[in-house]
Write a protein that binds this ligand. Sequence first.
Ligand SMILES: O=c1[nH]c(=O)c2[nH]c(=O)[nH]c2[nH]1
Length: 301
Amino acid sequence: MAHGDIVLGPNQYGKAEVRLVRVTRDTDVHRVEDLNVTTQLRGDFTDCHTVGDNSHVVATDTQKNTVYAYAREHGIGSPEQFLTTLGRHFVDDFAQVAGGRWESQLYAWDRIGVDGEPHDHAFLREGREVRTTLVQMDGPDTWVLAGFTDCTVMKTTGSEFHGFPRDRYTTLAETDDRILATSVTAWWRYTSADLGDWNERYAAIRDLMLETFAGVHSLALQQTIFAMGRAVLEQFPEVAEVKLSCPNKHHFLVDLAPFGLKNPNEVFFAADRPYGLIEATVQREGAPEAPQAWATVAGFC
Ligand SMILES: O=c1[nH]c(=O)c2[nH]c(=O)[nH]c2[nH]1
């Protein structure tokens, strides 16, 4: 080969960020494994790059499907075990694959506590929510808003969605058992700026919202968030109104039938966009509104 020829250097390819949620439901106490998997192959792929010969190319789509099928067939257990098993398959079963890299991020979930007991199928993404507070003043008037954001929760059962209108653009299947997941952003307005015990009250309101999320058998995310706001207004007279903004973090059941596998609500694709965005204000009928309190709070109806 003459000096100066253009040749292919190091290369690898695969599917990045395969969002995989596996629910193990062999008992009523569900377990959740939530991974973001990237699979990349190295080996004899020169002809694809230089002349477009794909005869050696294990399609990235195939790599993605393999991630989901392996989650179903072999389970996850640990990311180390899962990635090693996956990588061994590609390296051992395809002569042209010499090696590769398999990487994942694992998102940990805790169980939501209800009456001090860990819930069977309602989970809270590990890591605290961000507590938010906004005080507005206008002369002698003070308004205190409190809330939180980035509080990601999931129910692996106890959620249905059906009975919605169908037109020629409707493809969504009705379901009586789906994953319901959202990242809650909540704001509430206190009736007074002089309540004291702010930290205890904040924690109690947050816990009540999470317990309500866990406890409500959901027919729609709209119903769940209204119940969360209503529970706060019923138990905390010092709260005047509650606003919630909740993305519906869709989890789509992966069709494993083409690979000869059943998927009894176990292996899901966790999509990040587009997402439903469900927002509501829950208020006391006839109570005076306080537009000044909310005037600069963006993104809420
Ligand atoms: O809880 C839901 N509310 C909706 O309005 C909706 N729309 C949709 O496609 N899925 C869902 N889920």
